[in-house]
Each structure stands twice: as C-alpha cells, then as structure tokens.
Design a protein around this ligand. Structure first.
Ligand code: HPA
Length: 272
C-alpha cells in the first residue's frame, strides 16, 4: 500500500473517533507522559488499535494517543513515542507526526529527557531547544519524496520556532520557572555516550544530548508544522557526571521535575 494511502486510513480512523479536531500536538518523552493525564474530556486510543500505527516497547512509555482539552486548547498527545533504537524504521518513528498533520494539527510541542553537556546546567533544568545537530547519520526523508507531504529539500534554518521559544521564556518568567536554552544533539543510542563523545559534542556546540526528537522535527518541518522543543535535563552527560548513567536516574529526575514541567507546558498552551 502507498504511504499516502496508509496515512489516509489512519486519518479516517482517528477522525471517526473524534468529534472535534486538535490543532496542537504534544510528543511526550521518557517520564513526561503524565501531562496527558491532565487532558480534560479525554479520548484515549491505544496505539495497537490505530491502523498502521507502530507500537512502543520502552519502560516508561505508555503507548496511546490522548485527545482532549488542555488549557482551553484542543490537543492530541502521544503518550509514549517511538525510537529508532527500538528497531522501528524512521518511517514508523515519525508516522505519528505525519498523522497529526493529516488531521489538522498546526503546531507541535516535542519534549524529551536529555543529558546535560553545558556545565552550567543541572539535572532537573528545563531547556528550550534552540536548534539541533543531527548526529544519527540518518534522515527520515531519504527515499522518494511525495510532494504533497512537502518539498524535496526542506529548509531547517528555523527548525524550532523562535516565536514559540520567546513565548516559552515569557511564560517561564511569569510562572517563576527556571528555564535554560541550548542546542540538542540527536544521537541513535541506545548506549549512552562515552566521555570522549560528550567532549566532542560540547566542542561542536551541543548543550544537551538525547536519542529522540531529531527525526520527528525533520518530518514536522517537512510538513510545515511549527515546532517547540523542550528538554528535561535528566542527568549530566557521561564524563561531566561523576557517576555512571542509568535509565533509573533519568526517570527519577523527570519524576522530580514533572510538576514544573506540567506547569510550564500548561502555561505555554494557555498563551498559544
Ligand atoms: N545521553 C543520551 N540520551 C539521554 C541522556 C544522555 O545522557 N539522558 C537522557 N537521554
């Protein structure tokens, strides 16, 4: 089946389940899926019920779409996302973004847990992603380009909307939430980086590192979506941190920061 036909089928299924269509998409990273629990009048649709949707496998990723109202906005949240390291194709990893676009979403907020490289950061900081560096040696757009989804060579000079980043800073000041800004380096994982790799990433201009987000943002830009990216600095990266890294630490920090994270994202939604 052609890709565009799959998208049409997924779209048709979702629209048949909804009475109002969302305009803002939320991609919730490791430990941040809790935000979806605050959605009012929710319709939750497990990924395995959605035609052509991939199914998520990582601990801490729930695996459903939640559609409803948050701060007066109609949103669609991915509670649990797909990673290339799970063995999914990049088409699968980014499929939900294509689907969001197909059902009328205009803006997305992409969140993740990331390791801090900027030595001034602390675990628990929230970082506005100003830009990213794609270090995956992969691109989800490789292959024939379907013009109806977007152009062959999408511009990436403002992958992350300055307008939404400015709005986020205003909200953070108003709500007295500490916020930092920086460049996200996207790697494949699933092993964490070596100290030498982290040193290299710092030299080339990365402030934080993580294993998601980059493919989704490339597809979002190709689709003409406006993107806001927020990283939760869950640990200091290898070599900067004094101890070995564990997924448990990532989950513990996101657990600690979640109240502020929720407050920030809800404040942003209210202001959008
Ligand atoms: N490295 C890569 N990905 C991550 C990290 C890290 O230190 N922390 C959370 N996701």
């Amino acid at each position: 089946m052609k890709f565009s036909e799959k998208i049409q089928q997924t779209r048709g299924y979702l629209l048949s389940r909804l009475d109002q269509y969302p305009s803002i998409g939320l991609v919730l990273g490791s430990g941040l899926g809790i935000l979806a629990e605050e959605i009012e009048n929710p319709i939750a649709i497990p990924y395995d019920e959605i035609p052509h949707f991939p199914v998520s496998t990582v601990a801490g990723h729930k695996g459903q779409l939640v559609i409803g109202d948050l701060k007066g906005k109609r949103v669609i949240a991915m509670q649990g996302r797909f990673h290339y390291y799970e063995g999914h194709s990049l088409e699968a990893v980014t499929y939900p973004i294509r689907v969001m676009k197909a059902i009328g979403v205009k803006q997305i907020i992409v969140t993740n847990a990331a390791g801090g490289i900027n030595p001034n950061f602390k675990p628990g900081d929230l970082m506005i992603i100003q830009d990213h560096i794609n270090l995956t040696s992969q691109n989800p757009l490789i292959g024939p380009n379907e013009e109806k989804f977007g152009g062959r060579f999408p511009d990436m000079s403002e992958a992350y909307s300055r307008k939404l980043a400015d709005l986020t800073k205003e909200v953070a000041i108003k709500e007295k939430i500490k916020i930092v800004e920086g460049v996200y380096a996207g790697v494949l994982g699933p092993s964490y980086e070596t100290p030498a790799e982290i040193k290299f990433l710092g030299i080339i201009g990365a402030s934080a590192v993580g294993m998601s987000t980059v493919p989704e943002v490339i597809i979002a830009k190709h689709s003409g979506l406006e993107v806001l990216g927020i990283s939760c600095i869950s640990n200091m990266a290898a070599g900067i941190s004094e101890h070995f890294l564990t997924h448990d630490e990532v989950m513990e920090t996101t657990e600690k920061i979640k109240a502020q994270f929720l407050q920030l994202v809800k404040g942003i939604l209210a202001a959008m």
